[in-house]
Design a protein around this ligand. Structure first.
Ligand code: ADP
Length: 333
């Protein structure tokens, strides 16, 4: 794929080339989403036309970019990858759009972060496969319509609420990806370990799956850390004991919570008596970006019932409090 915008982190790049599934048969889980896409692709192929634009929503690391790669492979189109923040000016987007051939795929990650002025070029591009370019200003302003080749836009967002309605409505398909269950994560662990030529016991696979916060990207990252540990401190085999010891060193606990997850929960308990408290106040106390907390930390804590979002703010649950070793107080839900 052609990657435009920010360079990828080295670790990300490595997992892209070695562990990222290239076809639906290697893509574990998310069965309804996969089936919807397979039907759309088969129908489009029969009609010899591109599929409709697709919008994926869900926390980072659940396989949105991977699906864009698979769709491109299946449709036989070239994939161009960019992101909302990388498209600073209308010209950035127009440049990408005018280079697309019939059936090519444009993937825009973090599409909720596209500047408003750039987003307006997307409307006619998505709907009529054309762009309106305005020459001159004021009374001399003339607009000229350029035809584009029929392309497929795939958008990904962690925050559907921040997407404008006109943009959202222009996608023909919308799928939310959910966290993976333990059995699916075990399958991904086995597949990745095999690709990395690393022996992994069934108990080791389960221990790793339980500590991956329901997220394939985290699982692959932890797998590599455990493999290093096993090679240096053990006999190279990833058993449950090796997984536990290696991940304890990484600050990952038996539920997969990280230092940041625990600091987040402890802040609410220690400084705000368990909540409710606004996210901005938590971010200020923790000295963390609000976006990181909302996109990365909160979704999984909400999922496992350690956190609740109420109209008056965030609240920590009794289960969370117990997990962190606090004597449970009356105020917690
Ligand atoms: P997102 O775009 O949602 O942030 P990615 O598609 O980049 O997530 O996925 C991160 C990594 O996790 C991929 O490189 C891939 O190795 C792995 N992965 C994601 N989804 C799956 C899946 N369904 N099956 C196997 N591996 C997956």
């Amino acid at each position: 794929p052609l990657v435009s915008g920010k360079p990828m982190a080295p670790e990300e790049e490595e997992s892209v080339f070695s562990l990222r599934p290239g076809s639906f048969s290697d893509y574990v889980g998310q069965r309804e989403t996969v089936e919807t896409l397979q039907i759309a692709i088969e129908a489009a192929k029969k009609r010899e036309e591109p599929i409709e634009h697709v919008l994926f929503h869900g926390p980072p690391g659940l396989g949105k970019t991977t699906l864009a790669h698979i769709i491109a492979n299946e449709m036989g189109g070239e994939l161009t990858i960019t992101s909302g923040p990388a498209l600073e000016k209308g010209g950035d987007l127009v440049g990408l759009l005018t280079n697309l051939q019939q059936g090519d795929i444009l993937f825009i990650d973090e599409i909720h972060r596209i500047p408003k002025a750039v987003e307006e070029f997307l409307y006619p591009a998505m709907e009529d496969f054309s762009i309106d370019i305005v020459f001159d200003k004021g009374v001399h302003a003339r607009s000229h319509r350029f035809r584009l080749n029929r392309f497929i836009l795939i958008g990904a967002t962690t925050r559907i609420g921040l997407l404008s309605a006109p943009l959202r409505d222009r996608f023909g398909m919308f799928r939310t990806l959910d966290f993976y269950d333990t059995e699916d994560l075990i399958r991904i662990a086995r597949r990745s370990a095999a690709l990395l030529n690393t022996p992994l016991t069934p108990e080791g696979a389960r221990a790793l799956a339980l500590r991956s916060r329901g997220t394939p990207r985290i699982l692959n990252r932890l797998l590599k850390r455990v493999r290093d540990y096993a090679d240096v401190r053990a006999d190279g085999v990833l058993t449950d004991e090796v997984v536990e010891k290696a991940l304890a060193l990484e600050g990952v606990d038996c539920l997969g919570l990280t230092n940041l997850d625990r600091a987040f929960l402890k802040t609410i308990i220690d400084y705000y008596r368990g909540g409710p408290v606004g996210i901005e106040a938590i971010a200020a106390t923790l000295q963390e970006e609000t976006d990181t907390l909302v996109d990365v930390v909160e979704p999984y804590l909400l999922k496992i019932g350690f956190l609740a979002r109420t109209s008056s703010g965030r609240k920590v649950s009794q289960d969370a409090s117990r997990h962190l070793g606090y004597a449970v107080q009356g105020r917690l839900f």
